[in-house]
Design a protein around this ligand. Structure first.
Ligand SMILES: Cc1cc2nc3c(=O)[nH]c(=O)nc-3n(C[C@H](O)[C@H](O)[C@H](O)COP(=O)(O)O)c2cc1C
Length: 324
């Protein structure tokens, strides 16, 4: 039974990976509905929270139906992360997750996210400060190391565990790899198998479907599976993984009708949550996922991503659904 503090998550929970501009409240709640056991917000800037920037504060919003949910924070200074954790705790998430893996330049040049992989004393001090400052459990999400010559995830995990985190999510790539190549789970498996590590280890990277999910769990013995890109426009992946992991059942993908219905709900909730303009922009990432495998979808997508009125988007979606 995997646990985060006192939160019981069952055997091999499925975790929705935090993704900026993707895992906002409307999409997270759909993933939850289709079987994600654990949700985490998009990363939230510690400096933004301290400045009370609306964009950062809004990213902490979640619905009661999303529990258990963690707020993920990132930053480059021990003090700002400590303060941000206290602010995040005030909105009563179930846990706080520390981002030690973001490879994006604008974050790394300032010393945040994956840059902390190069400064373990600071990463440790930051973690200790946050753990001390809040009552909710603290987790961390990170990568194998900075680059191929520094794949020090074993040491990182030991130090973070000593600093008080209660679970770790490991993306099987280095910072230098960004999102290229294939995720390497062998080190994730070694961390899990280490006698020194007693916190839950969640594996992440390139889980593309139910069969791969089970293979990773069986081969590397991880306590949970974190799924990111393969869930974009495909919240059903959680349902499919659950059926295969728990009942040995390979269930068919959703029908076109179900996909279109859920896409409509997603659009409606997004407009209510962040307005039509942002929805139209940010939903572009989702269409390919929602219509995966549908022949000729490319030609529709080209049009979908240029439309700037929700009414037109809905019309075209109906047309795609009706033309099958
Ligand atoms: C668009 C996008 C945004 C992301 N934003 C975050 C983030 O805010 N916090 C974080 O810890 N990881 C972030 N990630 C990394 C994912 O959580 C995950 O570790 C990575 O995509 C690998 O998992 P996957 O192969 O299942 O996608 C992001 C990834 C993508 C593609």
């Amino acid at each position: 039974m995997a646990k985060i503090g006192h939160i019981e998550l069952g055997d091999c929970p499925l975790i929705m990976a935090p993704m900026e501009d993707v895992t906002d409240m409307p999409f997270r709640s759909l993933c939850k509905q289709f079987g994600a056991d654990l949700l985490i917000t998009e990363f939230v800037s510690s400096e933004g929270l301290i400045r009370e920037a609306e964009k950062s504060t809004n990213k902490m919003k979640f619905g009661e139906d999303e529990r258990p949910i963690g707020i993920q924070i990132f930053g480059d200074s021990v003090e700002s992360m400590r303060k941000a954790a206290i602010i995040a705790e005030s909105v009563q998430p179930d846990f706080i997750d520390l981002n030690f893996g973001c490879p994006v330049k604008k974050v790394v040049v300032k010393g945040g996210g994956a840059a902390l992989l190069n400064d373990l004393p600071k990463m440790t001090a930051m973690t200790e400060a946050v753990v001390k400052a809040v009552r909710v459990p603290v987790t961390a999400k990170t990568r194998l190391g900075w680059d191929d010559r520094n794949r020090n995830i074993m040491e990182i995990t030991e130090r973070l565990q000593d600093a008080g985190i209660v679970a770790i999510s490991i993306h099987g790539r280095t910072r230098a790899q960004l999102y290229g190549g294939q995720a390497d789970w062998t080190l994730i498996g070694k961390v899990k198998a280490s006698a020194k590590i007693h916190i839950p280890v969640f594996g992440n990277g390139d889980i593309t479907g139910a069969v791969v999910a089970k293979e990773m769990r069986d081969r590397y013995g991880v306590d949970g599976l974190m799924i990111g890109r393969a869930a974009v426009g495909n919240p059903w992946i959680f349902r499919e993984c659950k059926a295969w992991l728990e009942r040995g059942e390979l269930i068919p993908p959703p029908s076109l009708e179900e996909r279109v219905n859920v896409l409509r709900i997603h659009l409606e909730r997004s407009v209510a949550y962040k307005g039509e303009r942002r929805t139209l922009l940010e939903m572009r990432k989702f269409y390919s996922g929602y219509f995966r495998g549908i022949p000729d979808f490319k030609k529709y997508r080209t049009v979908l991503i240029t439309l700037n009125e929700m009414g037109k988007v809905l019309e075209l979606i109906n047309e795609i659904a009706g033309s099958r």
